[in-house]
Design a protein around this ligand. Sequence first.
Ligand code: B12
Length: 282
Amino acid sequence: MRLLSTRDLAEVLGVSESSLKRWVDAGRISASRTEGGHRRIALGEAMRFIRETRAPVVRPELLDLPELAVAAKAERLTGHLLAGDSVGARGFLLARYLGGATIAELADGPIREAMHALGELWHHQDSGIFVEHRGTDVCLEAVAHLRGLAPVHAGARAPLALGGAPAGDPYLLPSQLAAMTLAEAGLRAINLGSDTPPSAFAAAVAEHAPRLVWISVTAALASARARSLVRWIDSLPASISVVVGGQQASQLGKLPPRVRRGTTMTELAELGATLARGGRAS
Ligand code: B12
């Protein structure tokens, strides 16, 4: 875990070190102490403080996040993905996250917009497919980078959520974003990723006993696969909440009434927050 001195964080924020020490001592920023008694602030805690107070980041390079300076001013993520610019894409997402956007807002907003724009390319240009594949890789990397930096909200006893995309569905981003959204809402989240057969979902559920299962469907599934997924969902104990979403979720047809359908990560965040508070899903 990266630790910052009070002097470093003061310089990052463009405030005096004495103000920063005061904020630590008043409990506004949590810090540990070195053996010599110096205050040390975890990077995740610094990020939480910056987001919550909307504090401007004056010297991003001291956070070891130089990409922040590169992309903070760009208006859209799409341009970075089209150009295959991974530094810009990382900086774009990080700058908005530090500016207070939630993971769900980033997913439903710029990430969705940019990926949908990439998806139109292959209709129009010969180079579209390579640009789409390169842009997807850049986006996946930027989202994973944010995932690594975002502070963990869930304690060891927080309810567990587990999910992924079904067999025959190669899409990685939607399920990864679902995991991050639920983690931000205060749940522990295990992402099984793309192309997960019902038998693997079943083994994971048996091992981890989740409170919530999410399923993200983006690909058009062969009907036998869709049916076997629905059978498995049907077989889950009533104590497990299930939420299904994604561009092609409607092909699963009629689902048991206790299964929720969601269309956005914002809805998923609301469901996650209810479960994290100990509430019921429906
Ligand atoms: C990247 C991509 C690929 C990559 C995937 C790489 C990877 N490993 O992830 C690759 C190259 C493999 C690929 C392959 C194909 N693709 Co493709 N792909 C895309 C693309 C550009 C982005 C998908 C993505 O990541 N979106 C980002 C997410 C975040 O957005 P989203 O899916 O809308 O998700 C939002 C909501 O649905 C919701 N949500 C999602 N999951 C969940 C879950 C829950 C629980 C909840 C509550 C909400 C929720 O929240 C999200 C944020 O708002 C889309 C374009 C598009 N319009 O999406 C085409 C797209 C999906 N692909 C398409 C096509 C045609 C194909 C291929 C058939 C191409 C081919 N000829 O080979 C193959 C089929 C693969 C297969 N087996 O099905 C078409 C599908 C058209 C259709 N509806 O039939 C699209 C729409 C492109 C287009 N405009 O034509 N693709």
